[in-house]
Design a protein around this ligand. Structure first.
Ligand code: NAD
Length: 297
């Protein structure tokens, strides 16, 4: 029987564990806080930010909401980041990407104090992750590690194929699976848009993480029996629904589930975990900055 990995349930477990950690911080007079900075009028970005704030409030993290006019000069965003960096009441800073074209997004990532960079995208935090000494693991791959552990998928000695090499999913995912640590010790192959014969790579995998942003590109015939399949993709495709579209993953769920040993659905797989791990990093940040030891789930 193929296990359908329930991301909502695992994310709820993480939130419950975080609620305990937040209580422990509260006993020390500390309330974790996350500042979200939105410099965009893109409806999807607005939705992402409001979901993150709602998540914070539900679990007892203070959410600080900052909006910057997308036409404002880049300096306005940089000054805001500088102020948040200097504010002792702010533990985590998240600038919602993408920022407008006139703002250098690499400079945005560099500007955030690495101690408050709960996305884990600052070059210092990327370096620490690669060196095996992560401070904040990026939320999506960290959530995937938790999902694999919860489903009892052994990474040690496994052949893992990561499809996609982005800075936010593919590369950190490959690095985490490679680490000499729990949830790592896999033999990792990273595939991308120039990979020759992707199916030959995925067919020899025990674990496939699909993060290419191509609707339903991983089909059942590309998988061996028993493979654990993690679908990161969130793609809008035209459909005869009220909204005129539906969301599908990078995996063709119906055919893949015939071969897979375990598989995440879209929605309800990786997405809820990404959200939960942002809270996780924010609680960790509060503990580190306030010098309170917290038990993280
Ligand atoms: P990206 O566009 O930055 O990177 C996509 C990667 O896939 C690239 O490295 C590219 O080389 C590779 N790729 C593209 N076409 C390919 C092909 N045909 N074969 C093999 N590789 C191919 O995307 P991203 O930001 O990494 O996101 C990937 C997907 O995951 C998107 O659908 C995105 O919406 C989704 N996503 C979901 C979550 C979540 O929480 N569930 C989080 C982040 C991203």
């Amino acid at each position: 029987m193929t296990e359908i990995i329930d991301g909502n349930a695992v994310a709820q477990d993480v939130r419950d564990g975080l609620a305990d950690a937040i209580d422990a911080l509260d006993d020390e007079g500390v309330t974790p806080s996350l500042a979200t900075v939105l410099m965009s009028d893109d409806p999807a970005s607005e939705t992402y930010v409001s979901m993150k704030q709602q998540d914070c409030e539900e679990v007892g993290i203070e959410a600080i909401d900052i909006e910057i006019d997308p036409d404002a000069p880049a300096e306005e965003l940089f000054d805001t980041i500088d102020e948040l960096n200097a504010d002792d009441d702010v533990n985590g800073i998240l600038v919602q990407m993408p920022v407008p074209d006139h703002v250098d997004d690499r400079e945005v990532l560099r500007r955030i104090d690495p101690a408050k960079d709960v996305d884990g995208f600052h070059p210092e935090n990327v370096g620490r992750l690669v060196a095996g000494n992560a401070r904040y693991k990026p939320c999506t791959p960290h959530g995937i590690q938790k999902l694999l552990a919860d489903a009892g998928v052994e990474t040690e000695g496994a052949d893992a194929v990561v499809v996609g090499r982005s800075d936010i999913v593919g590369k950190p995912m490959a690095n985490l699976l490679l680490q000499k640590a729990e949830g790592g010790n896999a033999t990792v192959t990273v595939c991308h848009s120039r990979t020759d014969d992707l199916a030959a790579k995925t067919r020899q995998a025990d674990i496939v993480v699909a993060a290419a942003g191509v609707p339903e590109m991983i089909t059942g015939d590309m998988l061996s029996a028993g493979t654990a399949v993690i679908d990161v993709g969130i793609n809008r495709v035209d459909a005869d629904t009220e909204k005129g579209y539906e969301l599908v993953g990078d995996v063709d769920f119906e055919s893949a589930k015939e071969s897979a040993g375990a598989i995440t659905p879209v929605p309800g797989g990786v997405g809820p975990m990404t959200r939960a791990m942002l809270l996780w990093n924010t609680v960790k940040a509060a503990g580190l900055q306030e010098d309170v030891s917290v038990d993280l789930p």
